[in-house]
Design a protein around this ligand. Structure first.
Ligand code: ZN
Ligand code: FE
Length: 255
């Protein structure tokens, strides 16, 4: 509604995001993948960093926390159940909490699976969700700490958001994800059309992020455990969605 999101590349394939709320003048960085590009983006926009909103503890998400906090004296927000691994954490949030960010509000969604303490920030009034490494365009995070059941539950929470919700994921992994997706759902016309669009964007040097919940539900194999053609390809026709998801994730790990 009123939030401005500024996206820029960090490290080899991360995205950095600044979120600016104009009434309060607050500016948050979603995670801290790399200090210099974050500071360059702040300078470019003329914004002062007031908050760090961490999705999870991995170094390419929280590695810049201490430097940026020392520089800007900003407030660090992170998962209560993972506070020990979030450097400089000031505000601990949990599932269902509403974090007031000036005139905007982020609803906290606990989405364990990639890590046990992973959270997403859902700005409901603005139709925006920051999902970190839980959901990617045509992909989902690796299960480093959580079980397939946990990750499937987390993905279902995100799938329950409105289709037009804008999804900011933390990496540009889309072309590699697309190659895998085509192996498990080769006869999905929406997927085939999207892969063409992705190739066009990437050859023009354009990002494929953000995406949307509706587009992911139509094309992302990790959200399509109910698809009969996907079930057939992974040899689990008629099986429970969580089993189909687990097998699809396992195949991607070996892809
Ligand atoms: Zn991660
Ligand atoms: Fe990451």
């Amino acid at each position: 509604m009123s939030l401005e999101v500024h996206m820029f590349p960090c490290l080899s394939d991360n995205y950095g995001f600044l979120v600016h709320e104009p009434e309060s003048g607050f500016t948050a960085t979603i995670d801290t993948p790399e200090v210099e590009p974050i500071n360059a983006a702040l300078a470019e926009k003329g914004w002062k960093l007031t908050h760090i909103l961490n999705t999870h503890h991995h170094f390419d998400h929280a590695g810049g926390n201490e430097t940026l906090k020392a520089q800007w004296n900003c407030t660090v927000v992170g998962a209560d159940n993972d506070a020990a691994r979030i450097p400089g954490i000031d505000v601990r949030v949990a599932d269902g909490d509403r974090f007031e960010f000036g005139a905007a509000t982020a609803k906290i969604l606990e989405v364990p699976g990639h890590t046990t303490g992973h959270i997403a920030y859902y700005f409901e009034a603005d139709d925006i969700v920051f999902v970190g490494d839980t959901l990617f365009a045509l992909g989902c995070g690796r299960l480093f700490e959580g079980s397939p059941e946990q990750m499937w539950n987390s993905l279902q929470k995100l799938m329950a958001l409105p289709d037009d919700t804008v999804v900011y994921c933390a990496h540009e992994y889309t072309q590699a994800n697309a190659a895998f997706a085509m192996t498990v759902e080769p006869d999905n016309p929406a997927l085939a059309a999207r892969v063409e669009e992705i190739d066009r964007l990437r050859s023009a040097g354009q990002p494929t992020v953000p995406t949307s919940i509706g587009l992911e539900k139509a094309t992302n194999p990790f959200l399509r455990a109910e698809s009969e053609s996907l079930q057939r390809v992974v040899g689990l026709s008629g099986r429970a969605a969580v089993d189909v998801f687990a097998e699809t994730r396992r195949r991607k790990d070996d892809f």
